[in-house]
Ligand binder design. Structure first.
Ligand SMILES: [Zn+2]
Length: 282
């Protein structure tokens, strides 16, 4: 009986607590949640040259590490700076994960190979977006519990390994949600709009900073209802579904980026459902 009560209390604690840890899945494209040694001051953590998110949860420090899709399985190291002069190395294991593959054949190569002017534009835009997503923003309490941003089915999964006419292309950096044009798109969590733009691949694009190097990027939007610098609440309508940029029809491409690398958004979604839940409001 007592055990039952304790279990019940334990089950409720993470929901009541303001902070919540993301799902720990130490695989390429996943998020590793690594407990750090006890220390009075906030540790500074680096992985692969990038500053890493650190949060305090139930009295312990945790590093929240986004693992690149291209990372090899094996032992990796975090550099942890605490009070001493030298960083301490903390090892962690990355496990293998094989994502599904998709093979597409397109007969007209002009449709798949951009011109040199387009390539210049793509390069400029990618440099701009990478710089933005590499930026570590101080925030004591980053938003780690997301809601699903649009009502609709997942039409393409994160990490999908894509081949076009037999040639490997970059793996899918987000989740695609299919919905009719002009359906509302909501902020996944409380944050700040840091970029609004129109890009070659992504079309009308909105980027929200959620703190400490965690970002949500929405692509192919038809309309954007918020401005750069604006604070947004979880569930707030920030734009509408569209088909702008390189896409075959109306859908929301949703990338979640952590320490400069795209990760599976499901690591931060409330609940563990494998199917897209209906839009939830706080
Ligand atoms: Zn996509």
């Amino acid at each position: 009986m007592k055990g039952g009560v304790a279990l019940l209390v334990a089950a409720f604690l993470p929901i009541v607590a303001a902070a919540r840890l993301p799902r720990n899945e130490p695989v390429p494209g996943g998020v590793a949640v690594i407990e750090l040694p006890a220390t009075a001051t906030t540790p500074r953590v680096y992985f692969d040259g990038q500053r890493i998110m650190v949060v305090k949860y139930t009295g312990h420090w945790y590093a929240i590490v986004g693992i690149p899709l291209a990372a090899a399985a094996g032992t990796w190291e975090l550099a942890v700076r605490m009070t001493g002069p030298r960083p301490r190395q903390i090892k962690f294991s990355v496990l293998p994960k094989r994502y599904p593959e998709q093979r597409l054949i397109i007969k007209n190569p002009q449709l798949v190979n951009p011109t040199s002017a387009e390539l210049d534009r793509i390069e400029r835009e990618q440099a701009h977006l990478s710089k933005l997503l590499d930026t570590w923003v101080p925030d004591r309490d980053p938003a780690l519990a997301f809601i699903w941003p649009a009502a609709g089915p997942e039409t393409s999964g994160f990490g999908l390994r894509r081949f076009l006419n037999g040639e490997p292309r970059s793996p899918h950096s987000g989740i695609d949600i299919g919905a009719p044009r002009n359906s509302p798109v909501r902020a996944p969590a409380v944050g700040t709009v840091v970029d609004v733009g129109h890009y070659y691949f992504c079309g009308h694009t909105l980027t929200i900073s959620l703190g400490q190097g965690l970002y949500s990027v929405y692509c192919h939007l038809n309309k954007i209802d918020v401005k750069r610098g604006q604070a947004v609440e979880q569930g707030q309508i920030v734009g509408s579904i569209g088909a702008t940029g390189r896409t075959t029809g109306p859908n929301l491409h949703w990338t979640v980026s952590l320490n400069g690398t795209p990760v599976d958004p499901r690591a931060f979604l409330i609940g563990t459902s494998d199917t897209s839940p209906a839009v939830q409001k706080r």
